[in-house]
Design a binder for this molecule. Sequence first.
Ligand code: HSE
Length: 300
Amino acid sequence: NYIKAYAPATVANVACGFDIFGFAIEEPGDIVEITRTERPGIVIKDIFGDGGRLPREASKNAVTGVMLHLVEHLGLADFGAEVVLHKNMPLGSGMGSSAASSVAGIVALNALLDEPLSRNELLRFAMEGERIASGSAHADNVGPALLGGFVVIRSYDPLDVFTIPFPGDLYATLVHPDIEINTKDARYILRDEVSLKDTITQMGNVAGMISGLMQSDYELISRSMVDVIIEPVRSILIPQFGMVKQAAIEAGALGCSISGSGPSMFALSRGADTAQKVAKVMAEGFKQVGIDAHSHVSAI
Ligand code: HSE
């Protein structure tokens, strides 16, 4: 009658794949504890690590919001539970913070109910957590947080999600500058229309990225980590973006871009040592202008 679940931070978009690419890192991640109660209804007992900022009302919180959807879908009107969330990453960081919470929550609840749904079936419930948190039910954070590895969302309607193989020696560097950007705002500033020229460039890079990952072609991965649609708009919100990106490339990264909707930036590198070196120069880039930054290096 008690389950504890963990879900990791994720990097969405991965440069060229806005809303369609994402991968999971090992840590940090959020932890959700759920305990069954006699009394029907899902309530939040405690949230640690959010500085009191996340909603405590069950339907407005991404963790319990997704649980309510699942309980309703299963027709469990009498189900009751208390939920504790341990937030181990900053809000509005671009590290898939809300996704880690929603996924840990839905996985914990599904386990408590003896796994009525598969991981793939849980995805659309976890996506509702993103709708609660940011107004848009994108799957490029919840997908990898739930399924692990590198995830591609081929289609949203109908939902068609798959994972692809990637080289074993591929490491991610994730650097979080101590500023906040909420996903809703970062989506609002995007243009609705894209030129044919940019669409062609982006499609080429998406194809190259998938092929590069599947064939362990690091040069091709590197050439494909280019985003001509979203990054030019959003990078304006990140102080030092150009300088940090250049420093990452000079330190040996295959590529560097915005993680999700920012302000975190990520880089991919061949080998852990290079990824560590890249982490150092990226964090220093932010610190040069007085912005504190934390870095994480992880196999993907
Ligand atoms: N694809 C989403 C976006 C991810 O970039 O808005 C948000 O983390």
